[in-house]
Each structure stands twice: as C-alpha cells, then as structure tokens.
Design a protein around this ligand. Structure first.
Ligand SMILES: Nc1ncnc2c1ncn2[C@@H]1O[C@H](COP(=O)(O)OP(=O)(O)OP(=O)(O)O)[C@@H](O)[C@H]1O
Ligand SMILES: [Mg+2]
Length: 210
C-alpha cells in the first residue's frame, strides 16, 4: 500500500517544493514507484516536472504526476494508493480548505521550517491542526546554516508546544536551488555529495516514522 506523504507549512518559502522534488527523485531512483501531486496554485513542482521532462525526455522522468481536483483529493488518493509505493504532495503556503484536504488525504505530514525563531513560532498553528488530524507532524529544519544554533529556549518552547523535530536536517546549499531549476534532484547528480547524504538521511527518517 502506498505511503502518502505531504510537505506542508503555511509559511512560504520553507522548502516544501524542494523536499517534494528531492524525495520523489530519491525514491524513484531507488526503484520505487513514485507519484507526486502539486496542490499549490503557484505550481512550482509542476514547473519542476516540466523541466525534468525537457532534461530526461517526456517518458523518462521516473515520476508520475497526478492531477486531482482538490475537492475530491481524499477519495481520489484512496482509489489509486495501491498503485504506488509513495505519493508525495506539495502543499500551498496557507491554512486553507486546500491545505486541509492535503493534510486529511496524507498518512504523514512533514513540516519544513527555516530555523529562525519567527519561522518556528509561525509554524505552531499548523502543527496543531496536523496533530488534531492525527498525522504525527514532524518538523524538518531546512536551510540550516553551519554553526547556527537553535537556542535551547527555542527548542524547549517547541517541545512544550508538542512539536517533534526530525534529527535529519538540510543545510543551506546552492545545489538545492540549482538542481530544482533544471528539473533535477541532488541525488541525480551524485549520491555521495553532502546534499545527497542529507536527503538520504531525511528519506530514511521519514520511513522510520511510518
Ligand atoms: N536547503 C536549501 N538550500 C538552498 N536553497 C534552498 C534550500 N531549500 C530551499 N531553497 C530555495 O529557497 C526557495 C524556497 O524553497 P521552496 O520553493 O522549496 O519553498 P516552498 O516552501 O515550496 O515555497 P512556497 O511556500 O512559495 O511554495 C527556492 O528558491 C529554493 O530553491
Ligand atoms: Mg512550494
């Protein structure tokens, strides 16, 4: 049965599309059947898929895009879930009806966040909603700068708010932006780069949380 994974956060620019693209490439290149759903009206992931088709050829991108009417998302996913190993949903940066459909349709919700106090605190309302829906939301810290430390106080506040934070993190690397713009993922280029090691770790940690 396919695992339905959403990357969601109402905070814009936190890394939802970057994680959606890179994990779909990771699992597809590892031999799994992967589908993606772009639930964001900005359509960044759809542009990424178009660029991927230009790069690899229309039928050789290794990833299926599913275009569902957001109003029927839950039923549509149920109907096709068994055809894929992973269904990855890229969410809009909002807490709207669309986002709620994404959360409800998913088995697990992962929440990319840039590790600034403002971004983390702005994420708490979304975590609360995902928890109410029993999706075991887990924060994935993204664009972590070398030597930048989350203060203990901040981590404590998050823990008190009931937030779970993944051990695996993504650092700020231009490779993530460069590969995205040409329809690729970091593991397409080399599986041994630092960026790829981070994506592989995130992928493994996601699987451990099922
Ligand atoms: N780890 C990273 N290192 C460097 N650049 C990154 C990283 N993660 C994301 N970016 C860049 O930051 C920008 C925002 O990332 P992304 O589009 O993944 O966020 P998003 O949450 O999907 O945004 P939106 O809310 O607008 O949909 C993009 O230009 C992306 O290439
Ligand atoms: Mg996006």
């Amino acid at each position: 049965m396919g695992k339905v994974i959403a990357f969601s956060n109402q905070k814009g620019g936190s890394g939802k599309s970057t994680l959606s693209a890179n994990l779909s490439v990771l699992w597809s290149n590892s031999g799994y059947k992967v589908a993606v759903i772009d639930a964001d009206a900005q359509k960044s992931l759809s542009y990424w898929l178009e660029a991927r088709k230009s790069y690899y050829g229309e039928d050789d991108i290794g990833i299926t895009q599913l275009n569902f009417d957001i109003r029927n998302l839950i039923d549509e996913i149920k109907a096709i879930k068994r055809k894929y190993d992973f269904i990855i949903i890229d969410s809009p940066p909002s807490i709207t009806f669309e986002t709620m459909q994404v959360v409800k349709a998913s088995d697990r919700v992962f929440v990319p966040v840039q590790p600034s106090p403002v971004d983390l605190m702005a994420t708490l309302p979304f975590l609360k909603i995902a928890k109410q829906e029993r999706k075991n939301p887990i924060i994935i810290l993204n664009r972590v700068m070398p030597r930048a430390k989350l203060t203990d106080a901040m981590i404590l506040r998050l823990r008190y708010a009931g937030a779970k934070i993944a051990r695996s993190r993504l650092s700020s690397k231009v490779l993530f932006a460069e590969t995205f713009s040409v329809g690729r993922g970091v593991v397409d280029i080399s599986v041994t780069s630092d960026a790829s090691k981070e994506i592989i770790n995130v992928g493994n940690e996601i699987l451990r949380n099922f």
